[in-house]
Design a protein around this ligand. Structure first.
Ligand SMILES: NC(=O)c1ccc[n+]([C@@H]2O[C@H](COP(=O)([O-])OP(=O)(O)OC[C@H]3O[C@@H](n4cnc5c(N)ncnc54)[C@H](OP(=O)(O)O)[C@@H]3O)[C@@H](O)[C@H]2O)c1
Length: 350
């Protein structure tokens, strides 16, 4: 495990308003992705996870993202312990809708109202709270109209269990339909230097409708950092099933990320910070309200990510980074129907 040698930052983390009107959520533009405390990218002890969450909080990052599926409740349960005594200082987001399938590693989707109503109560129990600030449908259910799922989420607002509704990996069209049923506070989808399909339909819909955007996997699951070892993935590392990390693609993609590393070195930024600075710059160009939610197990890695929140990139640097996504080998998902860009016909490579 890497050493935590960094001092907590005293710099304020910029704020962002996600959504509008009574459905808006003001929080930090850098959030923390708590899939990592359930061990998605390598083991972490519960005590270390709690210490990490304190490091996140001490650095002023107060937007925390989790889901019922992360470690099948493990991430939410650890967060529940962390939140004791500071619940109201945190903007807390969780998700429902992905259900473990019958076979190991298989998953399916359930966006039915009764499932949503059942899952919020289970999540609130694990989180030790009576409300969440943002509740996402983790994936659209092809068997349930998005209006029906959003209607069930809206009932949870009426019940005081949820403050704002989120959608995740919905297409531009699904976002527009969901928002017509009830205002959506935020859409969460993958967006990074290597994964730009959301810029076609999803981001324009969010910018036009005043919906916040929450970028997951903003450092490309680790490849857009200074410390990624392409030969070092553990047997059970979740990345092994993603095409970017497949044996035939990983060396090319790691070399391609070398251009990001080189630019970061020239800019005197950590590569992870540069990856985030690119996202904030792009969001400004789209007129989009953006929070990025990287995951990490180490506070010194978090400090590298934080460096991106106040970095300015030149137009030339942005243009160099803009050109890379088209050169990535492999799609961002192992199943193109699982993500918005696949269903929008934008992920032709798999
Ligand atoms: N809605 C969805 O369907 C969905 C899907 C995926 C993720 N998410 C959410 O988004 C969050 C972030 O996504 P993600 O975790 O998939 O991807 P990510 O944040 O792009 O990457 C996480 C990986 O990057 C590494 N990393 C982060 N900062 C680093 C640094 N400075 N130096 C070296 N390595 C670094 C982490 O390793 P270390 O632990 O070694 O730092 C980890 O392996 C998740 O935690 C989850 O909350 C949502």
């Amino acid at each position: 495990m890497a050493q935590d040698t960094a001092e907590p930052s005293t710099a304020g983390v910029p704020a962002v308003e996600l959504g509008s009107g009574s459905q808006s959520l003001t929080t930090t533009a850098l959030g923390y992705g708590a899939m990592s405390i359930a061990g998605a990218y390598g083991h972490i002890e519960e005590q270390a996870a709690l210490e990490l969450l304190h490091g996140v909080y001490d650095r002023g990052v107060t937007f925390i993202d989790t889901a019922n599926i992360y470690g099948r409740g493990v991430s939410e349960s650890i967060l529940g312990r962390f939140l004791t005594g500071r619940r109201h200082e945190i903007a807390l987001a969780t998700k429902c809708g992905i259900v473990p399938g019958a076979e190991v590693g298989k998953r399916s989707v359930n966006g039915r109202p009764e499932h949503i109503r059942e899952q919020i109560d289970l999540s609130l129990g694990r989180l030790g709270t009576d409300y969440v600030d943002l509740y996402y449908l983790h994936r659209p259910d092809p068997d349930v109209p998005v209006e029906e799922s959003v209607g069930a989420l809206a009932e949870l607002i009426q019940a005081g269990k949820v403050r704002g509704i989120g959608l995740s990996e919905h297409t531009g069209e699904e976002i527009r339909r969901g928002h017509a049923e009830h205002p959506i506070t935020a859409v969460q989808s993958e967006w990074s230097i290597f994964a730009r399909d959301v810029e076609r339909y999803v981001i324009p819909a969010c910018a036009e409708l005043g919906i916040g955007f929450v970028a997951f996997s903003p450092v490309g699951r680790g490849i857009l950092t200074d410390h990624f070892d392409p030969g070092g993935l553990a047997e059970n590392d979740v990345r092994r099933k993603f095409p970017w990390f497949a044996a035939e693609n990983i060396a090319h993609n790691h070399d391609l990320a070398g251009r990001v590393r080189a630019l970061a070195a020239e800019s005197d930024l950590p590569t992870a910070g540069l990856a985030l600075a690119w996202l904030y710059a792009k969001a400004a160009m789209f007129g989009l309200h953006l929070a990025a939610i990287p995951g990490t197990r180490y506070v010194n890695h978090l400090d590298e990510l934080l460096a991106g929140t106040d970095a300015e990139l030149s137009a030339e640097a942005i243009a160099v980074l803009d050109a890379l996504a088209d050169q990535v080998h492999g799609d961002r998902s192992f199943n193109s129907a699982w993500v918005s860009g696949g269903r929008e016909g934008l992920l032709p490579r798999s």
